[in-house]
Ligand binder design. Structure first.
Ligand code: GRG
Length: 307
């Protein structure tokens, strides 16, 4: 693995995360002020500011810094990815989709504001995400050149649309009650979760001024981390089921959904997670260790997270 590890291990990842997290939350708060129509903006802010790990914004900022860019160049795109992520969660929770009552530990958007406003708040967040990038990237302290802003808008749109999150959700919805094989499972994961993580990292590297070779390394890194995220999710589903005995097992039986532990056994899935971690690390090995440290630790954090 990476010869830079010694240096990387001294890195204060928790300090880095806490600092970036507070900057992201502050920027998100400012990006959606409470204006007329109040109920709409309340609903947008309710879900956007409800917490969450902010993995996508952190990926965008760390990727920007990896290629030598400044945080301020990445902040608009960082906020945009969280707006898109949040709107996808609001719509995913709707009665016509997953019909969930709770999200991030509090009542779902439609439970508080009603279905009509929840749909509209999602639509508004999606539109605002693109406006925010278009308007704020060029105006950032480290101004992003217009052609890079256009590239970012295209990348984000591709991550959301019929070849992105929406594709994954459609296949997921259609797979309901059916036998799901590995290929379909991977398609759902890569699109529902992977594409936006990938777009976040790639956009960060683009606004940071990375050349195309660097941008593609970041893309491959993010693909590994996206898959890692999902494998770990599946592992957590199994390992936490012993604590809430029966709950997950029952869910598994009903959904007949393939999961990595089911397909390759728990140890196999853990081994796969290790391989993905090593591949992600490999993509970072050509960058200066100090700059690569946040992304290296972010991958480790995804691999070792407990919720
Ligand atoms: C995107 C136009 C558009 C419509 C939405 C409903 C839908 C289409 C897509 C579903 C998207 C979905 C629910 C993907 C799953 C994403 C996922 C892994 C969520 C959990 O992400 P975390 O762990 O959550 O980053 P936090 O709460 O920490 O942010």
């Amino acid at each position: 693995s990476s010869p830079n590890l010694g240096q990387v291990d001294n890195f204060d990842f928790h300090g880095y995360m806490a600092t970036k997290l507070s900057h992201v939350n502050e920027a998100l708060n400012l990006a959606v002020p409470l204006r007329h129509p109040t109920k709409l903006h309340q609903a947008m802010r309710y879900s956007l500011l409800a917490g969450g790990k902010r993995v996508r914004p952190l990926l965008a900022i760390a990727s920007c810094e990896l290629v030598g860019g400044h945080e301020s160049a990445a902040m608009p795109v960082a906020c945009a990815t969280e707006m898109i992520h949040t709107m996808s969660l609001i719509h995913d929770d709707l009665p016509c989709m997953d019909n969930d009552d709770l999200r991030r530990g509090i009542p779902t958007n439609h439970k508080v504001y009603g279905e009509d406003i929840a749909i509209l708040a999602g639509d508004a967040l999606l539109s605002l995400s693109f406006e925010h990038v278009a308007v704020c990237s060029a105006a950032a302290a480290a101004a992003v050149p217009p052609e890079r802003v256009v590239q970012v808008l295209a990348e984000l749109a591709a991550g959301v649309g019929p070849a992105g999150i929406v594709a994954g959700q459609v296949v997921d919805v259609e797979s309901e009650g059916k036998e799901v094989d590995v290929g379909m499972l991977e398609f759902i994961h890569v699109h529902k979760t992977g594409k936006l993580l990938e777009a976040a990292a790639v956009c960060g590297a683009v606004v940071g001024g990375g050349d195309s070779a660097a941008v593609e390394k970041v893309r491959r890194y993010a693909r590994c981390v996206g898959l890692l995220f999902q494998v770990v999710d599946d592992i957590l589903d199994v390992t936490s089921s012993s604590e809430v005995l029966g709950k997950t097992a029952a869910k598994d039986l009903v959904s007949r959904k393939a999961t990595y532990p089911k397909l390759m056994g728990l140890d196999g899935a853990k081994e796969f997670a290790k391989t993905l971690m090593a591949e992600a690390e490999d993509e970072l090995s050509g960058f200066p260790a100090q700059r690569a440290a946040p992304l290296y630790h972010l991958a480790r954090y995804v691999a070792r997270r407990e919720n």
